[in-house]
Design a protein around this ligand. Structure first.
Ligand SMILES: Cc1cc2nc3c(=O)[nH]c(=O)nc-3n(C[C@H](O)[C@H](O)[C@H](O)COP(=O)(O)OP(=O)(O)OC[C@H]3O[C@@H](n4cnc5c(N)ncnc54)[C@H](O)[C@@H]3O)c2cc1C
Length: 392
């Protein structure tokens, strides 16, 4: 039987493990944490991410947990529109999902052919001509035809195989939270469509989650500020956010007031610079592939990190799902790298343009930003992303 080891049980690893198993691979998932657990946040799935997930998930079960996300437009802190909301757009409508629901759906899709080993921090990898890739944690070694490095931005495997690429700070800090439905403050008209607000070096996005399976609903928000991550406790950071966003149009202040410190997920925003030159490393009859944040971690401004990870998984399945170890599998992995590396480069380039928009400060820079945004944003949000299709 063809064997694969997937390192990392995040979104990328879980999606890929299920996809390979459904093609008949025996898959072992190795996760360093003691449990597979979703952060208590949410995620926007843009049309490319939805399409990728649909191509991975034979029964489409995940779509039942996503709430459609109409374009809520972009405003200034005083409430004035920078980009007015638009109806429709290319491809399927974007959706927002609670991460716990998405993890549950992906775990449910793993089936009997996937074995998950938690508390297994991979520390070593051996590859070479004629050698099946071997990974280990210093005590146990496991070899497989295919190793999938889905171990996130600090990927141990990438550091060994693509040392030219390093994780660096993007110059932002981000805070996320989900306010449960029963504590959501009354919403003014218009927030039902979700909304984004851009200030000088600050950004606030709020998205209603709709009714979850448990009927809780709720609102997801993400705040971004240019600068270093804060060292203070979550309670103090929440106080800081309330101060920074105090004069912003409703319901920004109301949402921050309704958030509890225990719900706050603070994070430094980081990215890979440069991206790895290749995403596949042949070894013996198969090899290693990089996937998800391990391959192309980027700032969250366009909400594309997980969407690209699902594209990676869908592409790997389309190219290598049926391939036999040997020349067919090696060729499939090389084709994966040829397709995915340029694709990630394009999306990262667009994301960096958006970073410049979010980072704009000073009167002249803000005026230029506001003029550019109206023209740039609809194109960025619809063009190359929505049109992506999994390879045949
Ligand atoms: C504020 C914010 C908002 C975002 N919003 C969106 C959005 O709206 N839409 C979108 O598409 N993307 C979004 N993203 C990006 C998205 O969250 C990430 O791209 C995605 O979660 C990456 O998933 P991953 O599985 O590749 O990595 P991770 O989630 O980092 O998973 C890696 C897994 O590997 C494990 N691991 C690490 N090292 C080892 C090891 N050595 N051995 C074993 N296991 C290991 C880790 O414990 C972890 O479980 C956002 C990101 C941020 C910061």
């Amino acid at each position: 039987m063809r064997t694969a080891v997937v390192v990392g049980a995040g979104l990328a690893g879980l999606a890929t493990a299920g996809a390979l198993a459904r093609c008949g691979w025996h898959v072992v998932v190795l996760e360093q944490s003691e449990r597979v657990a979703a952060p208590p946040t949410a995620l926007v799935l843009w049309p490319n991410g939805r399409r990728a997930l649909e191509s991975l998930d034979a029964d489409g079960g995940w779509s039942a947990i996503a709430t459609p996300l109409p374009d809520g437009g972009v405003r200034r802190p005083d409430g004035q529109w920078l980009v007015t909301p638009r109806a429709g757009g290319a491809g399927p409508a974007p959706g927002v999902v609670h991460l716990e629901d998405l993890y549950d759906a992906l775990v449910a899709g793993l089936g009997d052919l996937v074995e998950i080993r938690t508390g297994f921090p991979v520390t070593t990898i051996r590859t070479g001509p004629g050698l099946r890739p071997v990974i280990g944690d210093g005590r146990t070694e496991i070899e497989a035809d295919l190793v999938v490095a889905a171990d996130g931005i600090d990927s141990t495997l990438r550091r060994t195989l693509a040392p030219e690429s390093a994780a660096v700070g993007s110059g932002f800090a981000a805070w996320q939270a989900v306010i449960p439905g029963y504590r959501v403050p009354p919403m003014p008209d218009g927030l039902a469509a979700g909304g984004e607000t851009l200030g000088a070096g600050y950004r606030f996005v709020a998205i209603p989650l709709g009714e979850r399976a448990g009927g809780q609903g709720g609102v997801y928000w993400v705040a971004t500020a240019a600068g270093a991550p804060r060292p203070e406790s979550p309670a103090t950071q929440l106080e800081l956010l309330r101060r920074w966003f105090a004069d912003w149009h409703p319901p920004v202040g109301e949402l921050l007031a309704a958030t509890h410190a225990g719900e706050l997920v603070p994070q430094e925003v980081r990215e890979l610079r440069p991206l790895p030159r290749a995403y596949a490393f042949p070894s013996g009859p198969g090899g290693v592939v990089l996937l998800g944040d391990a391959a192309h971690a980027m700032p969250h401004h366009l909400g594309q990190g997980a969407c690209l990870a699902f594209e990676d998984a869908a592409t790997l399945r389309a190219l290598a799902g049926e391939a036999a170890p040997g020349p067919a599998l090696t060729a499939a992995l090389e084709a994966y790298s040829r397709l995915r590396q340029p694709r990630a480069t394009t999306v990262v380039r667009q994301t960096r343009r958006m970073s410049a928009v979010v980072q704009a400060r000073g009167r002249l820079a803000l005026r230029a930003r506001d003029a550019a945004l109206n023209h740039m944003r609809p194109r960025i949000l619809s063009a190359p992303f929505a049109e992506w299709q999994p390879p045949d």
